[in-house]
Design a protein around this ligand. Structure first.
Ligand code: UT7
Length: 347
């Protein structure tokens, strides 16, 4: 029989530096009213110079291990679009900093869908018997690639990390992952992109400095996000044999409050069942789904046996959804990570 995967722990982390709409309005031609009405975001968190994705991932990972009551994991998967370095992957250094020895560790790059992709990969590793307990983390320091002159992306994106421990379990256990739907459409790669700095346009080729920054075609992304997040969630509902009225919580990628409301309405899920922490953290890319899960769990929103539907859309373009039930868990409130002091050792 196929081994089931069960959620065993969860944790979240954001940098301690809060960037309010009022602060953005001091740098850009924007207002709190514009940002709140178009995105639902009031504040986002940002790393300080020198603070990186792995710094956030390690804190969230530690909280998830504490929540699971054990540091016993045999694999680390990190979903991120802002690795500490272009090469190598960031997961190995996260595993090392968490004291997890020489367990296999690798990154997944699917931007805002990255955590749902990672969840599916971890589930497959457990089902195949390759791993028994997996630490998976979604983390991004997206502010490090934002165009300093772009008021639209400045308003939307924030930094953070969310982590989960997944273990082999029994079918029917609370916390079981019940199914996935994943997809990608590379014909839309230009919707969400950093144009230069990869092998297609190496930095050494004298590329325009501006092309090293993140670019998003906001309106088109908005439309694709609504369509794909709704459709992939519908596929998973069919797979899990759930009616939309039976979903206790829709935890969607926190792209934009209006997108969340529209996806919830199109799925027929009541607004009070559509969880959101976007007002406080913004769109945290790969961290968005696990951070929302961690915040909802810490706030007591998620109870044992609740039916949880995840859905996400991101660059690539990529999308994915998952159905799971919620386990009994001890979950601490999200930790705020302070920047490292100069000279402090990383490992
Ligand atoms: O995480 C991956 C998925 N990402 C998303 O799902 C994001 C999806 N897109 C969005 O959330 C929205 O498109 C944005 C919030 C990024 C932009 O909102 P919008 O309502 O789509 O605005 P727009 O791009 O159509 O721009 C309308 C106007 C423009 O001015 P003009 O050209 O009409 O004069 C923009 O320059 O709003 C302007 N604008 C702003 N004005 C004040 C853009 N950003 C701002 C701003 N403050 N921060």
């Amino acid at each position: 029989m196929r081994r089931s995967s069960v959620v065993a722990g969860i944790g979240g982390c954001t940098p301690d530096r809060v960037v309010t709409n009022a602060e953005l309005a001091r740098h850009f031609d924007t207002t709190d009213a514009w940002i709140v009405s178009r995105t639902g975001i009031s504040a986002r968190r940002r790393v300080e110079p020198g603070q990186s994705t792995s710094d956030l991932a390690v804190v969230a990972g530690r909280l998830a291990l504490e929540s699971a009551g054990s540091t016993d994991v045999d694999m680390v998967i990190l979903a991120t679009a802002t690795p500490d370095r272009p090469c190598p992957a960031t997961a190995p250094v996260v595993a090392a900093r968490l004291g997890l020895g020489t367990v296999p560790a690798f990154d997944i790059s699917a931007v805002c869908s990255g955590f749902v992709y990672a969840l599916s990969v971890a589930d497959g590793m457990i089902a195949a018997g390759t791993a028994g307990r997996v630490l998976l983390i979604g983390a991004d320091a997206f502010s490090t690639i934002l165009d300093p002159d772009d008021r639209a992306t400045a308003a939307v994106f924030g930094d953070g990390a969310g982590a989960m421990v997944l273990r082999a379990g029994e079918p029917g256990e609370p916390g079981e992952l019940l199914g996935f739907d994943l997809g990608a459409d590379g014909t839309q790669e230009d919707l969400i992109t950093v144009p230069a700095g990869g092998s297609r346009r190496p930095r050494r080729d004298g590329v325009d400095e501006d092309d090293r920054w993140f670019v998003m075609r906001g309106q088109a992304v908005y439309r694709h996000a609504v369509r794909r997040m709704t459709a992939t969630a519908q596929s998973v509902l069919a797979l899990a044999d759930w009616r939309s009225g039976e979903v206790d919580h829709l935890i969607a990628h926190q792209a934009n409050a209006r997108i969340l409301a529209t996806v919830g309405a199109e799925l027929g899920i009541a607004p009070e069942r559509v969880y959101s922490n976007i007002a406080d953290v913004g769109n945290t890319v790969a961290a968005s789904v696990p951070l929302a899960l961690a915040d909802a769990a810490a706030a007591g929103v998620l109870s044992r046996g609740d039916r949880v539907l995840l859905t996400a859309f991101g660059g690539g373009t990529t999308w994915g959804a998952a159905a799971l039930t919620w386990p009994e868990l001890v979950v601490a409130a999200r930790t705020e990570a302070a920047a490292r002091t100069e000279g402090e050792r990383v490992l």
